[in-house]
Design a protein around this ligand. Structure first.
Ligand SMILES: Nc1nc2c(c(=O)[nH]1)N[C@H]1C(S)=C(S)[C@@H](COP(=O)(O)OP(=O)(O)OC[C@H]3O[C@@H](n4cnc5c(=O)[nH]c(N)nc54)[C@H](O)[C@@H]3O)O[C@H]1N2
Ligand SMILES: Nc1nc2c(c(=O)[nH]1)N[C@H]1C(S)=C(S)[C@@H](COP(=O)(O)OP(=O)(O)OC[C@H]3O[C@@H](n4cnc5c(=O)[nH]c(N)nc54)[C@H](O)[C@@H]3O)O[C@H]1N2
Ligand code: SF4
Ligand SMILES: [Mo]
Length: 744
């Protein structure tokens, strides 16, 4: 039977699907297909709110047909990293993987197999769960814990609210009088379809929008009334000083605090200086953050006075050393102003919540039934795993910042195992991981006996694989994705057959399970799986109809507001914390007694900040933003997108002049961990003392080991924050004009 979704004319068919790239967008696509090939891609033109795709989604045709697509399984024939490969059959590739897996497991134990998956496509079926199931059934593997993106926010939300599901749907922004975009740039990062559209409408309705960001972003220029530049990594200090203003001016909502929160007095003691003799005044914060005390005071008064107000906490300020403190401080302010659980407010847990948002992801049925992973299931809980959270939030004993270190040191470095095999799926290791040069060393080390990757392209990391398994794109398979900005489901219809010999993740795992002799790995076809997924959810009555339409808006009575029940009827609805309240003070953290993880939110000065002695040698603070033309490292190789935006380092004219660097010059940027040559964009849109190298560009070392690709992670440090946050925005560098004749 043909796919009912496909409208067939004599020569062209239109296939409804959706993009769910690793940006959390989930936008509608229509693929035009002729003679089995995609001819063009369009987007949503149906009822409002339309889920319109960005430039990346619309250029997906170039991605499917990219000349560097991996179309056949390959085995490495040169050195790791050299990029010399030979085409082999699927049979040989999977035989090798199965044989190596079995050998390594039998020789060193299953914990020596490290599996690191990541986003790839944020879809419901063809994702890491398939490999998790496979590896778990085959004896288990070592998990890596910590989200790159928002582990600081996860930590803070879990500790304070007892859940990570803290955001309202975006349409609720229309109820706000004041919106604070704190380190958030949705014109570029999208952060779910239509976020910028709702911000624009909110502003038209009269909301005031303030942006706190070291950069004057497109979000500032297009959507904001005020720009407050701030020194990276100091956000907690500003938030805490805002609390000082509210407390000393009596602007906070004491009734809200008494009813719904625990431990405000302890926080107050810290803020007023009763605890440590330092009053956290706006003047105190000005010296740390670079934000004038008067600006801090005014924002505090506005946030407490203009209700309802949404403090939209971006996650970039949380990707810093002690980033979890920023998130906890923000949540505390949301509670102090009574903006939790009300229309037009926001719980300030995490502005960006792909996959774990409140709505309606969880309502959809389970994707692939998991199998218990014997390695982690029976392992002792991490010391810093926050009780009582289970599974995801407690498991894994190697943090995402420490993958290279763990491979290099193993047990001798205090890690629970020696890691002999690395399996990478939907992730761009080492490009996206901190301290790239150390990761390269790990990939080259002899102790790592086998590296296998499921990849679509010959990425910088793919060059280090022993075996490459070519995966297809979402336009070559069926899947389902869920939008969170306002709830909707999208059926991602397959548009064309898999290119070359590439396979879907299900096909890869099923074949590998056979080679491993696993029984019961999979009993269903892709279609049966997807039907099962839909059946588990209450919103979709007719699978075939859904498939045909491509998009189904979720039933919803107006905007969704997180914690509304808890606020409206606290007697009946507890917060899922031990006390049932919003825990500004956490007894669980006090009991853990971890260094630099205080029981109330505090400002802790970062390493590699402006006061670090290292700043004498490397005086510039590096941040690494997410830019329009890529989703991380994805789309870097797409010509249309490369033409749109040049990979360049932003630096302020004052810093440029001091170094004799002019706009468009090549600059050498370096620290003790690495160096790169990159074009300089000299602009007042970034504050002095800060430079921005957009993350995700492909590492491309010259023979001297100097990166010519502009990959930010040759400079970052692989030290995780004590609460697990990924510290990619905490790095000191120096820049100079590159030698004449240097090319990027
Ligand atoms: N186009 C595009 N969109 C994406 C992605 C992508 O790669 N490309 N990635 C997706 C994913 S997985 C994620 S996690 C999100 C990431 O989304 P974000 O983390 O929101 O994105 P960033 O661009 O890193 O940072 C947002 C803003 O924070 C500012 N900033 C950096 N450091 C600090 C700081 O210390 N304090 C303050 N106040 N501001 C700071 C930056 O200048 C930037 O303008 O984006 C998603 N969307
Ligand atoms: N310095 C610095 N580093 C960062 C960040 C930062 O802000 N600064 N951000 C961090 C963040 S927030 C994140 S989420 C990570 C992202 O890090 P990753 O998730 O590792 O990055 P991606 O570039 O999305 O890599 C996905 C890879 O999977 C491959 N792939 C294989 N199969 C498939 C498939 O079926 N579908 C798709 N779409 N791809 C497939 C793609 O070709 C691609 O190479 O990076 C982190 N690294
Ligand atoms: S790349 Fe992201 S924002 Fe762009 S169309 Fe795809 S899902 Fe939407
Ligand atoms: Mo992310």
């Amino acid at each position: 039977m043909g796919n009912p979704a496909i409208i067939q004319s004599s020569e062209e068919k239109v296939v409804p699907t959706a993009c769910c790239s690793h940006c959390g967008g989930q936008c509608v696509l229509k693929a035009y297909v002729r003679d089995g090939a995609i001819t063009r891609i369009e987007t949503d033109d149906t009822d409002e709110p339309q889920m319109r795709a960005c430039v990346r989604g619309r250029s997906y045709r170039q991605r499917v047909y990219a000349p560097d697509r991996l179309l056949y399984p390959m085995k490495r024939v040169g050195e790791r990293g050299e990029g010399k490969f030979q085409r082999i059959s699927w049979d040989e590739a999977l035989d090798t993987v199965a044989r190596q897996m079995t050998r390594i497991k039998d020789t060193y134990g299953p914990a020596s197999i490290m599996f690191k998956p990541s986003g790839g496509d944020i879809s419901w079926f063809h994702n890491f769960r398939l490999y998790d199931r496979l590896l778990s059934m085959a004896g288990g593997y070592s998990e890596v814990w910590g989200f790159f993106s928002f582990e600081g926010g996860v930590f803070a939300s879990n500790v304070t609210y007892g859940t990570v599901a803290t955001s309202n749907t975006r349409d609720d922004l229309l109820n706000s009088r004041l919106i604070i975009l704190w380190g958030w740039n949705p014109t570029d990062t999208i952060s779910h379809a239509n976020t910028s559209w709702y911000l624009a409408q909110a502003r038209e309705k009269g909301a005031r929008i303030v942006a706190v960001d070291p950069r004057y972003t497109d979000t500032v220029s297009a959507l904001s009334d005020e720009w407050i530049p701030i020194i990276p990594g100091t956000d907690a200090a500003m938030l805490i000083a805002m609390a000082y203003v509210m407390i000393t001016e009596g602007l906070h909502d004491q009734k809200f605090l008494d009813t719904y929160t625990l431990g405000f007095d302890k926080f107050k003691d810290y803020v007023l200086g009763a605890e440590d003799g330092v009053a956290k005044t706006p003047t105190w914060a000005e010296a740390i953050t670079g934000v004038p005390a008067s600006t801090i005071t005014q924002l505090a008064r506005d946030y407490a006075g203009m209700k309802p107000a949404a403090l939209m906490t971006g996650i970039a300020p949380g990707r810093t050393a002690y980033g979890e403190q920023y998130h906890r401080a923000a949540i505390t302010l949301a509670a102090m102003t009574g903006n939790v659980g009300v229309h037009g407010g926001d719980a300030a847990g995490r502005a960006y919540s792909a996959g774990y948002g409140p709505f309606p992801f969880m309502k959809l049925g389970r994707g692939v039934a998991g199998a218990p992973n014997p390695v982690e299931e029976n392992a002792p809980v991490r010391k810093d795993g926050i009780p009582p959270f289970k599974g995801f939030f407690r498991r894994g004993r190697v943090n995402v910042s420490e993958v290279a270190d763990a491979i290099l040191k193993g047990r001798s470095g205090g890690y629970p195992a020696d890691y002999k095999m690395l399996m990478l799926v939907n992730t761009s290791f080492p490009n996206q991981f901190l301290n790239l040069n150390k990761s390269v060393e790990a990939l080259k080390s002899e102790s790592l006996e086998f590296v296998v990757m499921a990849e679509q392209f010959m990425t910088p990391g793919a060059k280090f694989a022993d075996i490459l398994l070519p995966t297809n794109t979402f336009l070559e398979r069926n899947d389902i994705t869920v939008g969170e900005a306002t709830g909707f489901y999208a059926y991602m219809n397959k548009a064309v057959e898999s290119l070359g010999e590439s396979k879907s993740h299900l096909e890869v795992c099923v074949s590998l399970a056979e080679k491993l002799g696993l029984s019961g790995f999979n009993e269903y076809t892709e279609d049966e799986w997807l039907r099962g997924v839909v059946k588990g959810g209450p919103d979709i009555a007719d699978y075939d109809e859904f498939r045909k339409k491509g998009v189904q808006k979720a039933r919803q009575d107006g905007p969704y507001v997180a914690f509304k029940e808890q606020i409206e009827d606290p007697a009946k609805n507890r917060f899922p914390t031990p006390s049932g309240k919003i825990e500004i003070f956490s007894q669980r953290l006090a009991d853990k007694n971890m260094a630099d993880v205080p029981s109330v939110p505090k400002y802790i000065e970062t390493w590699e900040g402006r006061n670090d002695p290292l700043a004498k040698k490397f005086p510039l603070q590096l941040i690494t933003s997410h830019i329009k033309r890529r989703a991380h490292s994805q789309f870097e190789n797409i010509p249309w997108l490369r033409e749109l935006q040049r990979q360049a380092m932003w630096l302020h004219p004052v810093d440029a002049a001091a170094r004799g660097i002019e706009d468009g010059d090549m600059a050498r940027v370096f620290n003790d961990r690495g160096q790169m040559l990159i074009r300089a964009k000299v602009t007042q849109r970034i504050m002095p003392g800060v430079v921005d190298v957009p993350q995700g560009a492909w590492y491309n070392p010259d023979p001297q080991g100097v990166d010519r690709g502009g990959c930010a992670n040759v400079l970052t440090r692989d030290r995780r924050s004590p609460g697990g946050a990924f510290s990619s925005n905490t790095t000191l560098v120096q820049a100079e004009k590159a030698p004449a004749g240097s090319q990027g």
